[in-house]
Every structure is written in C-alpha cells, then in structure tokens.
Design a protein around this ligand. Structure first.
Ligand SMILES: *[C@@H]1O[C@H](CO)[C@@H](O)[C@H](O)[C@H]1NC(C)=O
Ligand SMILES: *[C@@H]1O[C@H](CO)[C@@H](O)[C@H](O)[C@H]1NC(C)=O
Ligand SMILES: *[C@@H]1O[C@H](CO)[C@@H](O)[C@H](O)[C@H]1NC(C)=O
Ligand SMILES: *[C@@H]1O[C@H](CO)[C@@H](O)[C@H](O)[C@H]1NC(C)=O
Ligand SMILES: *[C@@H]1O[C@H](CO)[C@@H](O)[C@H](O)[C@H]1NC(C)=O
Length: 134
C-alpha cells in the first residue's frame, strides 16, 4: 500500500525535473568515423555547452559496435548500433551527480541519439530524455 501511494509522488517529481531540465541543449559531434575490419570500430569527439541545468563537457569517444563504452570523460557513454545500410545509430548519455548541501546526492542523465551515415563527419545530437533522481 505504501508503494502505491508513493509512486504518484515520485512520478510527479520526475515530470517536474523533466520540465526544468528540458532547456535548449545541443551536442556537437565532430570527426565521426566508423571502420569495419573484423570488428566495427567508431570514434568521434563530442562537445556539450553548459546550460542552466547541465554541466558542459568535451571528450573523445571510441568503441566497438554494439557495446556501450565510456568515453575519455567517463561521465559520457556511447553506444553505436547498425541500422539499415548505410545508417548507424549513435546514442550518447551524459550522467552527472550533484551534492546539494544538507540533501542527499542527486543523479541526472541526458540522452540523445541520431542516425548518421559513415560519410557524415559532423552532426548534432539533441538530448531528448531527462531524468533526475533525488
Ligand atoms: C567538422 O568539424 C571539424 C572540427 O570543427 C572541422 O575542422 C571540419 O572542417 C568539419 N567538417 C565539415 C565537413 O564540416
Ligand atoms: C578530438 O579529441 C582528441 C582527444 O581529446 C583531441 O586530441 C583532438 O584534437 C580532438 N579533435 C577535434 C577535431 O576536436
Ligand atoms: C561486448 O559486450 C559483450 C557483453 O558484455 C562481451 O561479451 C564482449 O566481449 C564485448 N565485446 C567487446 C569487443 O568488448
Ligand atoms: C563528471 O561529473 C562530475 C559530477 O558528477 C564532475 O565533478 C566531474 O568533473 C565530471 N568529469 C569531467 C571529466 O568533467
Ligand atoms: C533510427 O532509425 C531507426 C530505424 O529506422 C528508427 O527506429 C529510429 O527511430 C531512428 N532514430 C532516430 C534518432 O532517428
């Protein structure tokens, strides 16, 4: 019974955070490269400008399709999966933690993905999912 009464409160907290976190935010990807020889290896650089609600970042990501791999800045994780030829889905997640004075730690994520071909060098990803867990 306690769980069923708690759930709506948690959901409304989640939606409130989603609204405040849904500030304009665009990640810029440069030097996207994907090479198949045995395994399929990708690499790219990604930059996210800081917004009122999310810290900025700039890092290099490199990994093997289709595994999730932490980028050089381990707050960023990339997953690249094969789509209908010649497209690849590039999914990126940014996770960070905030330690408000006198409160428990908060965890936030922003995630976004884009389908790109192997010939696109630069593109943007607009994060579409926003979570905050108090
Ligand atoms: C991609 O971005 C890099 C780094 O900003 C730049 O040097 C390069 O000219 C860009 N390439 C294209 C095709 O826009
Ligand atoms: C990509 O990131 C690597 C590693 O951080 C860096 O050495 C390189 O200059 C970056 N390239 C571009 C075009 O930003
Ligand atoms: C990819 O992930 C799977 C499952 O965790 C693992 O078995 C496999 O070794 C990984 N492949 C590479 C190339 O890291
Ligand atoms: C990763 O995020 C934490 C906050 O969660 C921050 O303190 C740290 O500086 C970030 N790492 C980098 C490389 O920006
Ligand atoms: C990428 O392509 C797949 C398959 O066509 C589609 O289901 C998915 O919604 C696309 N994702 C994006 C971010 O466009």
């Amino acid at each position: 019974m306690q769980f069923t009464t708690l759930l709506p409160a948690l959901l409304s907290l989640g939606l409130a955070n989603a609204a405040t976190l849904a500030q304009p935010s665009t990640w810029q990807v440069t030097n996207w490269q994907i090479v198949s020889s045995g395994g399929t290896v990708y690499s790219f650089n990604i930059t996210g400008a800081a917004t009122a609600n999310s810290p900025g970042f700039k890092t290099h990501c490199e990994g093997i399709v289709p595994n999730a791999t932490a980028c050089d800045d381990t707050n960023i994780t990339a997953v690249v999966t094969e789509q209908t030829h010649p497209l690849w889905n590039v999914a990126v997640t940014h996770e960070w933690h905030i330690f408000p004075a006198g409160e428990s730690e908060q965890t936030y994520w922003q995630s976004g993905s884009k389908n790109v071909s192997n010939t696109q060098n630069n593109f943007t990803i607009t994060p579409t999912l926003f979570y905050g867990v108090a």
